[in-house]
Structure formats: structure tokens, C-alpha cells
Write a protein that binds this ligand. Structure first.
Ligand code: RNT
Ligand code: ZN
Length: 421
């Protein structure tokens, strides 16, 4: 360990000098990175299962594949797994919880009956860890969503059921945010859509708009909770038509000044959300990101340090959009160790932010001056800069494992804890 620290320190000293030549202050970049929270999604820990005492219904077009042993079966197990993941990730982060992860004892509590008390243990846990929390109504995996429609359902009784669920979720969010001293971002995502070509594309959207108006009718304190809405291009089982399209939610968010949630996997496969961030923020107050990775028709692979991720972070840093952006993760992989999945995805998101924070001001200046040759040359040279040495130093100063040392920790946890489940 001591040998490793010495190596880290040595590499960092040389990296610091290299960046200084470009006018980049590596210490300032690390200090800034330490202030950026990432909201860890609870659902990577149990394959989007939840803890309701009802027969599990799948659906909603979000399919988790893989059978890796050791998934969390209880709230305590899920919290222990999150504790482990958080101990391997530098910085202070948040928890993003779905409503069906409430603690219902042995009672059958339907979605239109959830209350703040069902989430008290989660809130206490977050408070003890000094973390904020985000929340989501769960409008899928339920008998009343089995035909693929919830808030836009043609039947009023079904719409009312989901409206009630979302209203309660907002009250719960407000209680959480107040208790934790940081607003809870509540994101509404619904699966509503058709597998095959619809005749009427408009009426479901009018119904959704009307349902959302009812959900959001009660004024909530923005210090305690913020409303976000998430669009999607298509899903498994809603290939031909999704009610909550980008245009729908973009319009609704602008009109009602809600947060727009942009999930990196919810657009055409070659369409990047990076280009949308600044533009959308010209018209909506804040945004929520679901950092994810689409692969062909599926939207939720573990986030890797790819170009798409790096352009998202670059956009946020270059245009100073971080203060208006809530960064959350959204992926679920059951084919690998789930704690490693969280660790890889979150560390990658942070790495991409660090790379962006290490960009020199000369890039902007070159572009402004019309010197596009320098812009291209610099952008390419930056790819070879030793940001990895700065990252290692950051991990070291944040007291989390450097390099792949975290993998030893998840392996140990797997043999001592997960394998016994
Ligand atoms: C689904 C959406 C949504 C969910 C979570 C579980 O396509 O991305 O955000 O993944 O709410
Ligand atoms: Zn999402």
C-alpha cells in the first residue's frame, strides 16, 4: 500500500506539472469534483425488483438480464450493498430510491396507499450518511400497468390510481427533502405506449397532460422537492409509440417550468444528449440526467468512459451548467457483480467530469479567435494527457481505493457476504 501511495504521489506530481504548462490547476479541478454529487440508483442492487409483498409483475419495457448470484433481497441487504459501493467511490453522493422499495413490514400496501413512514428507514440511513435523496413513483411492474398504460390509460379509474400514487410520491419526496435538508428530485417516468402502430397518437398525450396537471396541482416547497419528467423514444413492448416522447415532455416542462429528465439511452442510438443540455436549460429551470448507456435497442447498460459520457460532462463543465443539473445514474446489469456495476458506472461518471474539469481555457480562446487549427490540435493532445494520475491522486485523497484495488474489495465482499445469501 505504502509503495502504491508513493507511486501515486510521484505520477501526480508530474501530471500536475504537465497540466500547469497548459494553465490548468489540477488541485482546483479535484476540489470542484469533490462538490459534485451523483445520485446512485438503488435499483442496480436488486435488478429493479422492489420490496412489495405482492406477486411480482414484470413489465414497463425495462428488462434486466443476467443471473449473477447475491442480489439484495431485503432493504437491509440493499443498504449494506450501497454502503459497500459508496466506500469505493470518491466524494459525497446521493441515493435515488423508487417507491416500490418502501418498507411495508408484512402488510400489502398498494401503490395508492404509500406513506412517508414506509420510507423512514431509508431517510434515516441517508441522514446518518450525510446524503441527500431522490425519489420516483413506480408506475410499472404492477397489475394496473400490465396493458402498458398508466397515467395515459383510456380508463379514468386506472389513471386516477396512478395519479394518486404520484401525488403521494410527491408528498413523500417533500418529507424526505425536508428531513435531509436538500431537495428531493422526484422523477416521473411512465411506460405508456404501444407495441404496434397506433391509430390515435394524440389522445393519449392529451390524457397524460391532464393527469400530470392533477399530479402537480399541489404546490410543493422547492426547498424540499423538485418535479422532473422523463421522456423516451421507445421501449421493449412500446416500439411503435411512446406517449411521453421528447417533444411532449419538453413542451410540458417549458410550459410548467418543471425539470426535464434526459436519459442518455432514450434517444436514437446515434443521438447524444450532450447537445441538448445547454439548449434545454435556456428554457427549463433545471435538468435531471439519467446517465446510462444504450446498446442497440436497450437503454440501460453500465456506464463506460465512452465519448458519449465525456461529451455530456464537457458540456456541463464548459457551459457552467452543473449548478442547474442533477446527475443521476440509470443502469441495471444482473450479469456482473452488482456492487462492481455501481462502482464502475459511478467512478466513470466522475472520471468524465474530472477530464472535463482539466480542460484548458485556451480551447475556448482559440475557438473565439477563429483559430480552429489550435482547437483541433489541443483537443487531440488532451486525449494523451495524464488525467489518470490526477484521478488516482483524487481517490487517494478521498480515502478510497486507487486503480483496480476496489475490485479486491468487491471480491472479498462477494465471498464474505453475497455468496451467503
Ligand atoms: C426507463 C427509465 C426509468 C427507469 C427507472 C427504473 O426506461 O429510464 O428512468 O429506468 O425509473
Ligand atoms: Zn431513466
Amino acid at each position: 500500500m505504502a509503495k502504491k501511495s508513493k507511486l501515486t504521489a510521484k505520477s501526480y506530481a508530474s501530471a500536475k506539472a504537465r497540466y500547469a504548462e497548459l494553465g490548468v490547476d489540477t488541485e482546483a479541478a479535484m476540489a470542484k469534483l469533490a462538490t459534485i454529487p451523483i445520485s446512485l440508483h438503488c435499483w442496480q442492487g436488486d435488478d429493479v425488483g422492489g420490496f412489495e409483498n405482492t406477486i411480482k409483475v414484470s413489465g414497463g419495457g425495462i428488462a434486466v438480464t443476467g443471473n449473477y448470484p447475491g442480489k439484495a433481497n431485503t432493504p437491509d441487504e440493499l443498504r449494506a450493498d450501497l454502503d459497500k459501493a459508496l466506500s469505493l467511490i470518491p466524494g459525497k453522493h446521493r441515493l435515488n430510491l423508487h417507491a416500490f422499495y418502501g418498507e411495508f413490514g408484512d402488510k400489502k400496501v398498494d401503490r395508492d396507499e404509500i406513506e412517508p413512514a414506509h420510507f423512514k428507514n431509508w431517510t434515516d440511513w441517508a441522514k446518518a450518511n450525510g446524503m441527500g435523496m431522490d425519489f420516483n413513483p413506480t408506475c410499472f411492474a404492477h397489475p394496473k400497468a400490465e396493458d402498458g398504460f398508466t397515467l395515459a390509460h383510456p380508463k379514468k379509474a386506472i389513471r386516477d390510481f396512478w395519479i394518486e400514487h404520484c401525488k403521494r410520491a410527491r408528498d413523500i419526496s417533500a418529507v424526505m427533502g425536508k428531513a435531509l435538508g436538500s431537495p428531493t428530485v422526484m422523477n416521473v417516468w411512465i411506460p405508456d405506449g404501444y407495441k404496434d402502430t397506433p391509430y390515435d397518437r394524440l389522445s393519449p398525450r392529451q390524457r397524460l397532460s391532464d393527469s400530470l396537471d392533477k399530479v402537480f396541482a399541489k404546490k410543493q416547497n422547492r426547498k424540499h422537492m423538485l418535479d422532473a419528467i422523463e421522456c423516451k423514444l421507445f421501449g421493449i413492448g412500446s416500439e411503435s409509440y411512446v406517449v411521453g416522447s421528447h417533444e411532449f415532455y419538453m413542451g410540458y416542462a417549458i410550459k410548467n417550468q418543471k425539470l426535464l429528465c434526459l436519459d442518455a439511452g432514450h434517444f436514437h442510438p446515434t443521438e447524444s444528449i450532450a447537445d441538448k443540455l445547454g439548449t434545454v436549460l435556456m428554457y427549463v429551470p433545471e435538468i435531471l440526467l439519467h446517465v446510462s448507456r444504450g446498446v442497440r435497442w436497450d437503454s440501460d447498460h453500465v456506464v463506460t468512459l465512452d465519448d458519449a459520457l465525456q461529451s455530456i460532462s464537457a458540456e456541463l463543465v464548459r457551459n457552467k451548467l452543473l449548478s442547474k443539473t442533477h446527475i443521476g445514474l440509470d443502469f441495471f446489469d444482473a450479469s456482473i457483480n452488482r456492487i462492481s456495476a455501481w462502482t464502475i458506472g459511478t467512478r466513470n461518471t466522475l472520471k468524465s467530469l474530472l477530464i472535463a474539469l482539466l480542460e484548458p481555457a485556451t480551447l475556448k480562446e482559440a475557438e473565439k479567435a477563429g483559430d480552429l487549427t489550435t482547437r483541433l490540435a489541443l483537443m487531440e493532445e488532451l486525449k494523451g494527457m495524464p488525467w489518470g494520475a490526477v484521478w488516482d491522486q483524487y481517490c487517494e485523497t478521498q480515502n478510497v481505493p486507487v486503480g483496480t484495488d476496489w475490485l479486491d474489495e468487491t471480491r472479498k465482499y462477494e465471498s464474505e457476504v453475497l455468496s451467503k445469501r
